[in-house]
Design a protein around this ligand. Structure first.
Ligand SMILES: C[S@@+](CC[C@H](N)C(=O)[O-])C[C@H]1O[C@@H](n2cnc3c(N)ncnc32)[C@H](O)[C@@H]1O
Length: 436
């Protein structure tokens, strides 16, 4: 069989490559006859057979899976999940890599994104959180409900870049209580239940004895269930309420670790004015409010109705805390990302009076897309003493770092936390201060 030329590669072709560096997104970069191939299920330095899964002649690059390992990396380990790997569940990209080396690879990605997009050279160490070797940590898993040939329901997780489902009865990265919940949902489906569901959210909140199973219907219709989470803070354990389907950090140890990292980064002084943007139900707002004390002010900004009631409830005892409902970009008078000024619906609203003109400390924890240039520039205009950026995507952090640097701020401290073992995801807590 002849090997196809680089520009002729098409889905189904198999080629042999030596794998190059790790790239953002859970794959490594290889080249075949000059053509870039993004390869999943491999490790830099390995010689593998790649089956092309996406792309073809005319595309800038192709994607593929390592389906045979000819020379294995010393960091390769047996997968800890039977449904991971080529053609399997798309959730875990790194099941075949030792947990220690997973963190090395993620550190390389953070270094590369910060350098290439943010123009910052930085050594990065990804720190483990408290988990059992990268397993049994997820307190929340949404399983999809499929229909066998359109008939009997089953629960499963999606394949990589696909709507197809891999049936499951458990998940090794799920917290043991969530694992049991997934088994219960699978059983219910097998017995003919879950008829009207398209998904089931399985949630083990730290303040609840029972695991919650929330059936999700078409258009995301679901019952609203309030759960209690317990969080260790410097001033003791705190209880917070959250909707079972609302945002809460998924790693069992993440709430404690993020609170600690953000407080250390923010160094809030009593009496200061602090902004917690994209606050969710107030995981960070509550300890930040406590740090600024009764003489200070904490403004928590959040747009999701599922979070807002809980945010108000969780901050009720903090008289210095103010909940500001709405989108951060709208409130700052910035056009929404992806729309340009003058486009239909893209005109920025006026800057809201609910946000003050200045702040001592700004904490922001935006979704995967990042804050974006307009929001970052508006925050720079508030001249904070410290700006703490909690980022779940190193590429977004890299882009926003470039804006912060252009606006006269520099990256001071950076911590990276392995809040999503077995996957390529990594969380960063980056502290920016005025340059010089
Ligand atoms: C990554 S979560 C962080 C939540 C919180 N810091 C925590 O750790 O629990 C991001 C939050 O931002 C909210 N969000 C997304 N886009 C927003 C926007 N444009 N304005 C305000 N909040 C937004 C989401 O609803 C979500 O609660």
């Amino acid at each position: 069989m002849t090997t196809p030329a680089g520009d002729e590669l098409a889905v189904g072709d198999e080629i042999e490559v030596v794998v190059g560096p790790v790239a953002h997104g859970g794959h490594c970069v290889a080249r075949h006859d000059g053509r870039v191939v993004f390869v999943r299920h491999t490790i830099p330095g390995e010689r593998v057979v790649v089956r092309i899964t996406e792309g073809g002649p005319g595309d800038r690059f192709v994607r593929g899976d390592a389906v045979e390992v000819l020379e294995a990396s010393e960091h390769r380990v047996p997968r800890r999940c039977p449904v991971s790997g080529p053609g399997g569940c798309g959730g875990c990209d790194l099941q075949h890599v030792s947990t220690e080396h997973q963190r090395t690879l993620k550190a390389q990605v953070v270094v590369e994104q910060l350098q290439r997009l943010g123009g910052v050279e930085r050594e990065v160490v990804v720190e483990p959180l408290g988990d059992t070797d990268g397993l049994a940590y997820r307190t929340r898993v949404e399983v999809a409900v499929g229909r066998e040939g359109g008939g009997t329901p089953f629960v499963g997780l999606r394949k990589h870049r696909s709507h197809d489902l891999v049936p499951i009865t458990g998940c090794p990265i799920a917290h043991p209580r969530v694992d049991e919940g997934i088994a219960a949902a699978a059983q219910e489906a097998a017995e003919g239940g879950l008829e009207d569901a398209v998904a089931v959210d399985v949630v083990a909140a730290s303040g609840e004895e029972d695991v919650a199973l929330v059936e999700v219907g078409p258009q995301g219709r679901a019952q609203r269930i309030t759960l209690t989470e317990r969080v260790a803070t410097p001033t003791g354990e705190r209880e917070m309420s959250v909707d079972a389907r609302g945002f809460w950090q998924v790693h069992a140890d993440a709430p404690r670790a993020f609170v600690e990292a953000v407080l250390e980064a923010a160094q809030v002084q009593p009496g200061e004015r602090v902004l917690d943007l994209y606050s969710g139900v107030g995981l960070l707002s509550l300890p930040l409010a406590e740090a600024t004390g009764p003489e200070g002010q904490l403004l928590a900004v959040e747009s999701d109705p599922l979070a807002l009631d809980h945010l108000a409830e969780n901050l009720a005892e903090q008289r210095q805390a103010v909940v500001v409902p709405g989108r951060v970009d709208d409130l700052l008078g910035v056009p929404r990302q992806g729309r340009r000024r003058g486009q239909r619906g893209g005109r920025a609203p006026a800057r809201s009076q609910l946000l003050p003109p200045s702040a001592d400390v700004v904490v922001l924890d935006p979704p995967r897309t990042g804050a974006g240039r307009g929001v970052v520039e508006a925050l720079l205009a508030m001249r904070p003493r410290r700006l703490v950026y909690v980022a779940c995507d190193p590429a977004a952090l890299g882009r926003d770092t470039a804006t912060l640097r252009a606006g006269g701020y520099e990256l001071d401290a950076l911590r990276s936390l392995d809040a999503f073992p077995m996957t390529h995801h990594v969380e960063c807590v980056a502290t920016f201060v005025p340059a010089g």
